[in-house]
Each structure stands twice: as structure tokens, then as C-alpha cells.
Ligand binder design. Structure first.
Ligand SMILES: [Zn+2]
Length: 309
């Protein structure tokens, strides 16, 4: 599906940041229903997932055989050379897939690291290649890593918009407690063991604190905070707010989404469902066991105080 046709003032990328299980796949997919936006999913995984022989794209193809991504890689190589995706993988390992990404990014910016600049330049070239192939103006990247958003927004303060997606810690605890059996075609690439309430709560707090540090370093006009529960309670209102943020027309969004027309290779397994419907609903996670609620509430108290819930 060829998209686009909008004014050239739209940002080149909208970066969703926040903790995992924040609903970025469903919200990214809804954003991708707009003709001027392309939902690319968790792009930080692209170099690694291209090497995975069992990785499926939401269009139904194996990722390594998906025509869309093959064309994107061709465009990227034409612009940045044949080693572009290998270099992107190396730099992504260095900046995106490591411990303490946030402090590493701060140090890289302070020292004017040439590798951080190259990491940003290659990612911006990737957005450009995706926009060329899809015809959209703005790429929606749901990588969620605040350090990555900091590096890219520093390199391109005009073209990057950032949306901090926050979902209540109890939802994250409930989601990460579940175990899953490997099923690549259903979007579960490996067996997953459940995480404890304490582990999830600590990780939730740390990631959201990094998002707050990112907000403090980002111009207000290019940063928005979105509460998942409020968005899902009234999706049309949520989509209109994003349209206003990006300067695009809100009427073109749809809440009935054909995910097979998108090319999402990483993120929640709902990407493999074919069709998604974004109906207004109220989130209820009070079914969590009492001890998980107590541990989660205690460990996330600082964040909940900040967000006033
Ligand atoms: Zn595909």
C-alpha cells in the first residue's frame, strides 16, 4: 500500500518511549492506519532479527523474505553503502542492546562520540529509506528506549518527535507474569518464563525515570506524554491528540486495522493477528494477587507519586 501525499513539514519519525508491555504495538498499529504515518515497530531489533530464520513479519512473510524490508535495505545500501545494515547492527549492539543505555548515551554525547553520531545518522537514513518505500511522511518507531530517542533527537531535533507511553505498573506485572511457549508464526519467537512482580516493578520505575530525564532534555513542543489507559478508554480522542502533535489531519485514522498491510517484525504477538480493532474499553487489573499488588505498589511508589495515581 502506497501512502503519503502530505505536506513536507511532517516530522520524519515519531519515537515511542516507555516500558515494555505499554501497549505500543496496538497504539503503533492504530497510528499506522493513517496514510501519512508508517508503523515500523521496534526498529532497534531490525539488524538482529534479519538474521533470525524463524522471524515472521506481520504481512505473513518471513522477515528475511519480506519484499518491503528487502526494498528498504536496498534503499539504505544505495544511500549509505553495502555495509550499512551491518554497521547499524554493530552500533545498535553498542548503544541499544547493552546495560545502562541511558548513562552510556549521556557519556557519548558529552564526549561527542563519532560512533554515537554514526548510530544516529544510520537510523535517520533508515527512516528515510522506510519513508521512500512506504510513501509515508513519518515513521513510527516503537523501540521504546529513552537513550536511543535522546541520541536520535539530539542529531535531528527538528525531524524527531517523542511520545512517552505510560501504562500502569499493575498491567505490566500481570502481563510479564504470564509464561509463553515458543510459536514463531504466532509472534512468540522463544519460550518465555514469567517475571516476578518485584523484577517488573523495579524495571518499570527505572525505565519511566529515564523517560522523565529525557523529557527534561527535550523541547516541550517535540515531547508528549500519553497514558495508555486514557488512550484506550477513548481511542478517537487519543488519536486526535497525536494528530495535533504531529500536525496531521485526524480524520484519516482508523480504529479497524489491517495489520497484514503493515510490516511489523517485533513487538507484542498481536501483530500476527491479521486484524485489530481498537474499541473503547476500561482497563481492570485488580485481579492481581494481593502480594503482587503490595510489592508492585511499594516499589513503584516514587513513579506513581510523580504521575499522581
Ligand atoms: Zn512484511
Amino acid at each position: 500500500m502506497i501512502k503519503g501525499g502530505g505536506a513536507s513539514t511532517a516530522p520524519s519519525a515519531l519515537l515511542l518511549v516507555g516500558y515494555g508491555r505499554s501497549g505500543s504495538t496496538i497504539i503503533g498499529s492504530a497510528l499506522g492506519s493513517h496514510p501519512r504515518l508508517f508503523h515500523a515497530g521496534e526498529l532497534l531489533w531490525l539488524p538482529r532479527r534479519l538474521k533470525d530464520p524463524e522471524r515472521y513479519c506481520s504481512c505473513g512473510s518471513l522477515l528475511a523474505e519480506c519484499d518491503f524490508w528487502l526494498e528498504v535495505l536496498d534503499k539504505l545500501a544505495a544511500r549509505c553503502g553495502p555495509r550499512a545494515i551491518a554497521d547499524l547492527g554493530r552500533l545498535s549492539d553498542q548503544f541499544d542492546h547493552r546495560r545502562w543505555t541511558w548513562t552510556h548515551a549521556l557519556r557519548a554525547l558529552a564526549s561527542k562520540s563519532s560512533e554515537a553520531a554514526e548510530h544516529a545518522a544510520l537510523n535517520l537514513a533508515l527512516y528515510n529509506a522506510i519513508a521512500q518505500v512506504s510513501g509515508a511522511d513519518t515513521v513510527v518507531d516503537t523501540s521504546k528506549l529513552p537513550a536511543r530517542a535522546l541520541l536520535l533527537a539530539t542529531a535531528d531535533p527538528v525531524g524527531i518527535r517523542i511520545m512517552h507511553l505510560i501504562r500502569g505498573h499493575r498491567s505490566a506485572i500481570a502481563s510479564l507474569k504470564r509464561k509463553h511457549k515458543k510459536d514463531p508464526r504466532a509472534g512468540i519467537p522463544q519460550d518465555r518464563n514469567g517475571r516476578s512482580a518485584a523484577w517488573t516493578s523495579a524495571a518499570w520505575l527505572r525505565r519511566n525515570l529515564e523517560c522523565e530525564a529525557l523529557a527534561a532534555r527535550t523541547p516541550k513542543a517535540t515531547f508528549r506524554r500519553v497514558r495508555y489507559e486514557e488512550f484506550i478508554n477513548d481511542p478517537k480522542c487519543g488519536l486526535s491528540a497525536v494528530a495535533e502533535f504531529l500536525g496531521i489531519e485526524p480524520e484519516a485514522f482508523s480504529t479497524k486495522i489491517n495489520v497484514r498491510e503493515q510490516h511489523i517484525f517485533a513487538g507484542n504477538r498481536i501483530r500476527m493477528q491479521g486484524f485489530l480493532s481498537l474499541e473503547p474499553k476500561t482497563i481492570n487489573v485488580d485481579h492481581l494477587p494481593a502480594h503482587d499488588r503490595v510489592i508492585g505498589d511499594a516499589l513503584t511508589a516514587l513513579g506513581r507519586w510523580h504521575y499522581k495515581w
